[in-house]
Write a protein that binds this ligand. Sequence first.
Ligand code: SAH
Length: 290
Amino acid sequence: MKPKRLESELQDVGTFSHPKQNLEQYATTPALATKVLHLAAVEFGDIEDKSVIDLGVGTGVLAIGAKLMGAGHVLGLDVDVDALSECKENLEMYEPELEVELVLMDVIELIRRYDDYDEEESDESDESDDDDNNNGDGKRKDYVWPKADTVVTNPPFGTRRKGADVAFLAAAMKMAETAVYSFHKTSTREYIQKVATKKLGAKSAKVVAEMKYGLKNQYGHHRKDEVEVFVDVWRIQPTCKMKRDGNNDEDEIFEQNLRELAANIEELQLSARERKDKHRSKNSNKNEEY
Ligand code: SAH
């Protein structure tokens, strides 16, 4: 699909109706999504017929774009039920409905629990106002991560929750067989390079596109209407390949993990709607974080 066509197909993808500041919910614009996905598909062959995970899928613009560019199985993960149900609505808008599997998952919690990644060192993100850095030491390494050829993520930049950007990157690298596409603030370029290659053992880590990201004032805490943020798009190749090679035990644990984490999206949609209605009637003209 040509870039112009993809961008116009993505125009109607709904964005967060009540963006949550603590989750850094900023939707990727159709133009930026197109730029990244086109690059990944055409320049690197990482989308067509490939399995794709969208980490922090939000309302789904990257997952939808990947599907439209010919991806095979697409899995979208997010910690926010409301975002997942809005994503589901976006998928239903297409005729026929686009198939993207949606799973409720707290990526940061997972990496905390199941990896030896040391959060303490990831302290270069700005404006930390987080509190619970208290991981304990009982990390398990036997978790079987969901896997895909390609992982795309527009992660939280770590402005609200310290280290969220790197936690996402660490999780993405656990999940990707071939390549991770991840967005990071240009101001953290050197740091990301170091973390990706030295700490997370990437085979390669390159900035493949630079973008100007106009963050709309959707929360009311920015003084200006729009703040410009310079963002790098990274293509990172993870090293250690733990291919799921038909080993039954592993497959079974994987399925079990997914079952445990998967939520029934229809039910979620229902309860999300109920909550939204309540929220609306209680709080009709507030646009604050909640
Ligand atoms: N991929 C979407 C949304 C990006 S915003 C897009 O490009 O438009 C970042 C997303 O990460 C949000 O949807 C937010 O809910 C999600 N997120 C934040 N913290 C998370 C966590 N701990 N686990 C999973 N998802 C998380």
